[in-house]
Design a protein around this ligand. Structure first.
Ligand code: SF4
Length: 386
């Protein structure tokens, strides 16, 4: 493999003390195609994760082939999960990516156990399975095939236009098991999107992916999550966004207001102070005391967005009673159409991401205290910025 020559020297792992303790770390690699990113390939012991019994989510099992996410959304709720390896919830989450290199093999083993009851499995609940790394590691085709072959229904939530690559596979899987697809698109202002979600495909690329999935026969849900107070919650933005979602062929929309748990709040506060400092007092009023926007804000948002969702005909999804998600199916003519579209799709929207990422980096560097250690930047005390 062409990355062999770029494996980090084992002497360098002391830069990553938590990772160095991983007994199942195979190697850490860099590649020029992923500037600034280090992939830590591990031999995972398990692929299926059981969701805690106290969780309210409508599924019991998840698969996360990657930990950390180069989509780098400032508001990402999964950021604190990186701290278990003594990596920080900020830049490390975006650039130090754990890859479960053997996830397909382990999953096949787990799914073949007589005790496996074929409960619904959710992908994309923690980090994005179609982040850019998937273009190199190609773990999802094996995961999709393993789930479909074992008769296991599943769902995928992503921001990645790379999903298009696997639509023929997914359409085939949907003839055997329920498959639900959802695309996350929260920001429809391109300038805002480039600073808030610097590693993601554009909203246009994601909408095009929605269209391709709809043409493949899927009822695609769009998650407008999170709606950002004073940035994306205006009636005009919401109305225009919903019109584009409808035109793309989505079936339904789900939304929620920004949630800023500890570990995320600090990172978001830093972004806000850099790019929209005039909003800091208003955010302090909303999030100064907690992680959730106050009830009154959420009620006002609901009063604005719910009539719009209804007006655009995006309030009803056909519910699959096995999964609790939007029911999906894929007909043979639609699959043929997808294969044609796949052959045409240049998937080139990704190329915008590095410059946006560089913009964020430049801004944060400019505002970083002199002598601060970037890779280990902890944002302790940033809560006070709100
Ligand atoms: S795509 Fe999802 S998992 Fe990845 S950074 Fe954004 S919110 Fe987090």
């Amino acid at each position: 493999m062409r990355w062999d020559g770029q494996t980090l020297d084992s002497e360098q792992v002391d830069a990553l003390p938590g990772l160095a303790r991983l007994s199942n770390l195979i190697r850490s690699v860099r590649t020029p195609e992923f500037d600034g990113i280090v992939f830590h390939e591990i031999a995972a012991k398990s692929a299926l994760n059981k969701v805690g019994s106290s969780s309210v989510v409508p599924f019991t099992w998840t698969i996360n082939p990657y930990r950390g996410c180069s989509h780098a959304c400032v508001y990402c709720f999964a950021r604190p999960s990186h701290q278990y390896l003594e990596l920080d919830a900020g830049r490390d989450f975006d650039t130090q990516l754990i890859v479960k290199a053997n996830v397909v093999e382990v999953l096949q083993r787990e799914l073949s156990r007589p005790s496996w009851t074929r409960e619904h499995v959710a992908l994309g609940t923690n980090t994005d399975p179609y982040q850019r790394a998937e273009g190199r590691y190609r773990l999802m085709p094996g995961i999709i095939a393993a789930l479909a072959d074992s008769g296991t229904p599943f769902s995928i939530l992503t921001k990645g236009s790379l999903l298009r690559r696997d639509l023929p596979l997914l359409a085939d899987a949907a003839t055997r098991v329920p498959v639900d697809l959802a695309m996350s698109i929260a920001v429809f202002d391109d300038d805002l999107q480039q600073t808030l979600e610097p590693g993601t495909p554009t909203s246009a690329a994601r909408l095009a992916t929605v269209t391709a999935a709809a043409e493949a026969g899927f009822d695609v849900a769009v998650f407008m999550m999170p709606v950002l107070p004073y940035l994306t919650d205006g009636t005009e933005h919401l109305d225009a966004a919903l019109a584009r979602i409808k035109a793309a062929g989505a079936t339904s929309v789900t939304y929620s207001a920004l949630h800023l748990r500890p570990g995320v709040k600090e990172w978001y506060a830093r972004w806000l102070n850099t790019f929209r400092p005039e909003l800091t007092p208003r955010y302090r009023a909303l999030y100064g005391d907690g992680s959730y926007a106050p009830k009154r804000y959420r009620q006002e948002l609901a009063a604005r967005i719910k009539p719009l969702i209804r007006a655009h005909g995006l309030d009803r999804a056909a519910v699959d009673h096995n999964t609790g998600g939007a029911a999906s199916s894929a007909s043979e003519p639609a699959r043929t159409e997808v294969r044609r579209a796949e052959a045409r799709d240049p998937d080139g929207e990704w190329r915008r991401a590095p410059s946006a990422s560089a913009l964020v980096e430049r801004e944060l560097t400019r505002t970083r205290p002199a002598g601060a250690e970037h890779a280990r930047t902890r944002l302790d005390g940033a809560d006070r910025l709100f």
